[in-house]
Design a protein around this ligand. Structure first.
Ligand code: AN7
Length: 374
């Protein structure tokens, strides 16, 4: 008997309930939001119980901004394969299977390939991923390979990989599961539903990194649908951030050779360009770029002050919020979307954070104590 059990028994005379099945189990986002999604009774739902991720208050960021601004992190790196892509992939793979497909293909900077591989294999489909060789973080490549995708690494960038996969999907019986696939955005819009369900209304600002701009378009769709249904009173201002070396939506023209430490968003010709511009216009939002230095600084603040390890691309949302902090209205609510898990990219973490690593120490307590400053 645990002390909690005995204390409760002492106070109430009733045995405490410990363990056993939770009262409600999260069924995955398709089942939870089924009426909002284009699935039918005969759609086979391929799920890893994605969604229902934490909306975490960020007190250290609030302190930096001040003026009663409340900051929340949508920690979507806690999805089954470690990124928001799982939200779209449960839908895309379920619909591909429903249509009788046996293989799917994607171009990817890493996270899409990991999610496509996991969901496709779980659904008994083959998965192919075309990636820019040398520009996919280690953890993501490891995932795609272990889940059982065939990975085709090209001597080119993401934009070239996407063009190839689109061509392949037109000419061969493989279904494209990039965010051009409309089911992807349908699944991803549930993140906006979760934010409103948690806050009781939409936030004032939503800060989000942009690559192909699928996710910002999906969030906007979700916020609009909830607003139309009377489940929220307001719509957020949508703030999309890109890395300065890879910022076509900020510059207004494609970038031929995108460059950034945030390889997830190393994209020069976004697939959802038109949708993104609509989102900015309709929401009265803003697009801006953040430098790799800004991204790394936000990445470190999130880890060392909030205890949240996201990947560099995700930190672009927080870097952008901090850069534009003076424009946030007093006492506004801001949600920053953390799209992917930091464990995906151990290389960037290790290469930029060696200051507090002490190596080659003799295995002696006095030596360790001395380094500790004791
Ligand atoms: C962590 O995996 O494009 O603006 O191929 O992995 O919807 O493209 C990843 C994109 C943000 C940008 N954060 O989202 C891919 C890929 C992370 C990402 C984005 C990505 P979109």
């Amino acid at each position: 008997m645990t002390w909690v059990t005995s204390l409760k028994q002492l106070l109430t005379g009733q045995p405490a309930r410990t363990g056993g099945p939770a009262q409600t189990c999260w069924p995955g986002l398709v089942e939870h939001y089924r009426p909002w999604l284009p699935v039918g009774g005969s759609t086979p739902i391929i799920t890893l119980l994605e969604g229902n991720t934490p909306l975490l208050r960020a007190p250290a960021l609030e302190k930096r901004i001040g003026r009663g601004v409340r900051v929340f992190l949508k920690v979507d790196g806690l999805n089954p394969t470690g990124s928001f892509k799982d939200r779209g992939m449960t839908m895309a793979i379920s619909k591909a299977k429903e249509a009788g497909a046996t293989a799917v293909i994607c171009a990817s900077t890493g996270n899409t390939s990991a999610a496509a591989a996991a969901y496709a294999r779980r659904g008994g489909l083959r998965a192919f991923a075309v990636i820019p060789d040398g520009y996919v973080a280690k953890g993501k490549l490891a995932q795609a390979l272990l889940y059982g995708a065939d990975v085709l690494a090209i001597q080119g960038n993401f934009d070239q990989a996407l063009a190839i996969t689109q061509d392949l999907a037109e000419r061969y019986p493989v279904i494209l599961v990039n965010s051009i696939n409309p089911y992807r955005l349908q699944g991803q819009k549930t993140a906006a539903f979760e934010v409103v369900d948690a806050l009781g209304d939409a936030p004032d600002w939503l800060c989000i990194p942009m690559g192909n701009a699928g996710n910002i378009s999906a969030y906007w769709m979700g916020f609009q649908e909830y607003r139309k249904a009377g489940l929220s009173r307001k719509l957020p201002l949508m703030c999309g951030f890109q890395a300065s070396g890879s910022a076509p939506l900020v510059l207004g023209s494609p970038v031929a050779n995108p460059a950034t430490i945030a390889t997830a968003i190393r994209i020069g010709n976004p697939a959802n360009w038109g949708k993104a511009l609509e989102v900015r216009q309709e929401s009265g939002g803003r697009f801006a770029s953040v430098s790799d230095g800004d991204i790394l600084a936000a990445y470190q603040v999130l880890a060392t002050e909030e205890g949240v390890f996201c990947e560099p691309a995700s930190a672009a949302s927080v870097a952008g919020m901090l850069k534009h902090a003076t424009a946030i209205p007093t006492e506004a609510q801001v949600v920053c979307v953390l799209t992917g898990n930091g464990l995906k990219d151990p290389t960037t973490a290790l290469e930029n954070n060696q200051a507090n690593l002490y190596r080659d120490l003799a295995p002696e307590v006095d030596v360790v104590a001395q380094v500790m400053g004791l």
